[in-house]
Design a protein around this ligand. Structure first.
Ligand code: ZN
Length: 160
């Protein structure tokens, strides 16, 4: 069976940046299972997996436009230190979940100057080329319930 819309694929992947640093990897852990065609994974990776089957390996380089987008300067914001109640030491690189106009988002501390903290609402991987090393482990038809929910249930997917 080939990967196509309404098919569940389980993949093993390693994600590196352009310098070769490993950003994320499923190797040695639970594979990533996703519903193809449902936007569960970034478009550049989903497109590259179309038509692949069990045992196939591929290397995919995904530009920001097909990944997490370009960095948006408008998402940088200066907030007072008092916003971070209960945090003793605020340091560059720290990440927090914050309620914003766009829902719950991860923000990253970009700069700390006295009482002013610059936070960055961009996805941590925005503006980066994403280099995936992928192996297809399993391909199966999605269940009716998975199609209805738009995501995978069971191993590697949602448990609910
Ligand atoms: Zn569900």
């Amino acid at each position: 069976m080939q990967i196509a819309n309404n098919v569940v694929a389980s993949i093993e992947y390693t994600l590196t940046d352009d310098q070769g640093n490993v950003i994320d990897s499923s190797v040695g852990g639970e594979p990533l299972a996703y519903l193809h065609g449902a936007g569960n994974i970034i478009p550049g990776l989903e497109d590259a997996l179309e038509g692949k089957q069990v045992g196939d390996s591929l290397k995919v380089s995904v530009p920001p436009s097909e990944g997490y987008g370009e960095k948006d300067e408008a998402l940088l914001q200066v907030v007072p230190r008092s916003m971070f109640r209960g945090v003793d030491q605020i340091e560059v690189g720290m990440q927090f979940h914050a309620q914003t106009d766009h829902g719950m988002q991860v923000i990253t501390v970009a700069k700390v100057e006295g009482d002013n903290v610059t936070v960055d609402g961009n996805h941590p991987l925005a503006g980066q080329n994403l280099n995936f090393d992928v192996k297809v482990l399993e391909v199966r038809a999605a269940t009716a319930e998975e199609l209805e929910h738009g995501h995978v249930h069971g191993a590697g997917g949602h448990h609910h």
